[in-house]
Design a protein around this ligand. Structure first.
Ligand SMILES: [Zn+2]
Length: 438
């Protein structure tokens, strides 16, 4: 029997924490236990209680004094952009034309795709992220590479080949028909295989012709259970160009609305410059706005209005993400640190419980996978991150004056990165230690 008993300070969320004192929003055990069997958490609670359910054959791992949380979830990233992250001096459209599109042409080569997919998932795991909603390149081979690598590691990931048939170099274009056919074939091969989820992925309105947008809508109707991911309202030049390409549309969101792409499993990256009508349309359809703070700051795109979206009469569902390689860090800790600052520039705050809720349960809810991941509840998959708030000399020194869990979490978010990630479990298997050994 394949069982493990983890011991440590466990933290998992039940719902959105309104304030720092909203204790019933989370479950925290100072001496917690997690019993894992065949990749699932079968018991969670105090170590004393959980330990009673473990027999002698169980492998025991003591992570005290570190924190055990659900593995982080990244709701939007581009795996083919690892070698253009940190490219200087462009706003969105220039950035795509100068760096992104030429880089993504390389992914016609399946071997290159497999190598980068491997390094990308290594990097995710090293930073404590156990699930990512990933964009592949336009090439079918890139999605095959990503899913093969993800499946080998038994990770729950969501991904899709981008559909794009105009306004980019030939090397990264498909056609409405080939985009449709390749997507169909990938869904058939990968969706539901192990822990893999396929996302229908029209890159954005600018790089898809109306015919292709039509096909994306057909795919969504043919596969109503699938995710759909795209970009929306990131930058003013992008919005203006979209309006030129779709002159009949009331606004940018209306383009996606028209083709039937809004819905509860639809993930819209950025959503920075939305009108009230657009925000209502996202809310009414249950669509998800994906907050990508490091990317939005790096490309100078604007400030996502997190708290206003939550508070409005028609609230918008929100996820948080790195948006690597427009984003500048693989770490969800670094992401939420920048997120805190973006929210502060809007005159608001995001408290540390809210922040850690967002990267775990909040993102799992936004991706409609909370039955499987995002908590430490019994019955869910054992994707777990082990966090050390004393990972560097500076953090150790600051920890001397930390008195509460909230302060510790805020320190982890503000100063932490991959050095704070002591171990990561993917479906119950230690994944970080394995990696450094290999
Ligand atoms: Zn993106």
């Amino acid at each position: 029997m394949n069982s493990t008993l983890l011991r440590g300070r466990t933290l998992s969320f039940v719902r959105w924490p309104q304030t720092l004192e909203d204790h019933s929003a989370w479950r925290y055990e100072e001496d917690g236990g997690l019993l894992i069997r065949d990749g699932r958490i079968v018991a969670a609670g105090t170590y004393a209680d959980v330990e009673k359910q473990a027999d002698e054959t169980v492998k025991r791992i003591d992570h005290r004094p570190h924190l055990l949380l659900p593995g982080f979830i990244d709701a939007h990233a581009h795996f083919p952009q690892m070698q253009i992250i940190a490219s200087y001096g462009a706003e969105l459209l220039d950035w795509l034309n100068t760096y992104t599109f030429p880089e993504e042409t390389k992914f016609a080569n399946a071997q290159h795709g497999r190598r980068i997919a491997r390094l990308f998932l290594d990097e995710m795991v090293r930073h404590g992220t156990t699930t990512v909603a990933a964009y592949c390149s336009v090439h079918k081979a890139s999605a095959e590479a990503f899913f093969a690598e993800s499946h080998d590691r038994n990770m729950l990931n969501i991904a899709g080949k981008v559909m794009m048939d105009r306004n980019a170099p030939d090397g990264v274009l498909d056609t409405p028909q080939s985009g449709y056919d390749d997507t169909k074939a990938l869904i058939k091969e990968w969706h539901g295989k192990g822990r893999q989820h396929y996302a229908i992925t029209p890159r954005f309105a600018i790089t898809s012709s109306p015919e292709q947008m039509e096909m994306a809508g057909v795919l969504c109707r043919e596969h109503p259970g699938l995710h759909m991911q795209t970009h929306l309202s990131e930058n003013h030049a992008e919005i203006a160009f979209t309006q030129e390409l779709y002159p009949w549309a009331r606004d940018y969101t209306d383009v996606y609305e028209h083709y039937g792409l809004l819905g509860k499993k639809s993930l819209f990256g950025h959503c920075i410059h939305l009108s009230e009508r657009e925000a209502d349309a996202l809310s009414d359809s249950g669509s998800v706005a994906v907050f990508c703070p490091t990317s939005n700051l790096f490309l100078g795109s604007g400030l996502f209005d997190y708290q206003r979206f939550r508070r409005r009469d028609k609230p918008i569902r929100i996820a948080a993400a790195t948006d690597v390689g427009g984003g500048t860090n693989y770490s969800m800790l670094r992401t939420m640190d920048e997120g805190y600052k973006v929210i502060a520039l809007n005159g608001e705050k995001l408290n540390p419980f809210q922040s850690f809720w967002q990267t775990t349960r909040g993102n799992a809810e936004a991706l409609s996978v909370v039955e499987k991941i995002g908590t430490l509840d019994a019955g869910t998959d054992a994707d777990i991150v082990v966090l050390d708030a004393r990972a560097t000399p500076g953090m150790r020194l600051r920890m001397e004056t930390v008195e509460t869990l909230a302060q510790e979490l805020f320190l982890l978010q503000t100063l932490g990165d991959d050095r704070s990630v002591r171990e990561v479990y993917v479906a119950g298997r230690p994944a970080k230690a394995d990696m450094s050994a290999g």
